[in-house]
Design a binder for this molecule. Structure first.
Ligand code: CA
Length: 229
């Protein structure tokens, strides 16, 4: 089960029923969603919130989506924008792309198509979902080097982060000390030291201390396991 996903999408759509429908699809795909029903709201949220992608409707009550896009790009706002348009005219597409949109999607679209476009844009812009590793309420952004549990930021050393990354990539599996020594430290032979145990205990202190649920467990005689559920 995936938990929190910090990729946040600003959805700008004035048709509330459609907005709610798209919002549900995005949440189901593990995105976090911020909604704006007007151009004014969109401009405020785009600037004040941390947004990874904007889904921008063109026909809005106060201004057009193109004006929103232009205002953002004039401020050197570089977050990718996917235009949603009900109009099939070619001019829409050209105007959108000239104004700095990354892609456009003609309504009505199905959720599979929407998610595929979103995924492609995020991949191109480097906001890859693979940069996020998680287990239960722990989220590790391996690009930003931040570790959070239940929204609390945790401090880990570089080596602890490397160890955590290895645990998260192999979660719910028993990992032997030998494998950890090989893959995290690059040791090809038995080390004869207890460096793995020492660092696993540091990591436990960093991510499990103060939390009722302990993510890392010792499997007697075999190694360790980081459990997701
Ligand atoms: Ca509209």
């Amino acid at each position: 089960m995936t938990t929190e996903n910090p990729i946040r999408i600003l959805l700008v759509e004035d048709e509330k029923r459609l907005a709610r429908l798209i919002e549900r699809q995005l949440i189901r795909a593990d995105y976090s969603v911020s909604l704006a029903f007007t151009a004014e709201e969109a401009l405020i949220k785009a600037i004040s919130e941390e947004i990874n992608l904007i889904l921008l409707d063109i026909n809005l009550p106060d201004k057009s989506g193109f004006e929103v896009l232009q205002e953002l790009r004039n401020k050197s706002y570089s977050t990718p924008v996917l235009i949603l348009t009900a109009r099939r005219q070619v001019e829409d597409r050209i105007q959108g792309l000239e104004n700095g949109a990354d892609d456009y999607l003609v309504k009505p679209f199905d959720s599979g198509e929407l998610l595929a476009r979103i995924h492609a844009i995020l991949r191109r812009s480097g906001v890859e979902r693979t940069s996020i590793l998680s287990a239960a309420d722990l989220v590790f952004d391996v690009v930003k080097k931040t570790v959070r549990r239940n929204d609390k930021e945790l401090n880990l050393s570089q080596r602890e982060q490397a160890l955590l990354e290895f645990f998260l990539k192999n979660k719910n599996q028993i990992i032997t000390r030998k494998r950890i020594a090989q893959e995290v430290w690059g040791y090809k032979f038995e080390t004869g030291t207890n460096i793995v145990d020492v660092y696993v205990s540091y990591l436990r202190r960093a991510i499990d201390d103060g939390f009722e649920r302990k993510l890392i467990q010792t499997v007697y005689g075999q190694g360790f396991i980081l459990k997701d559920s």
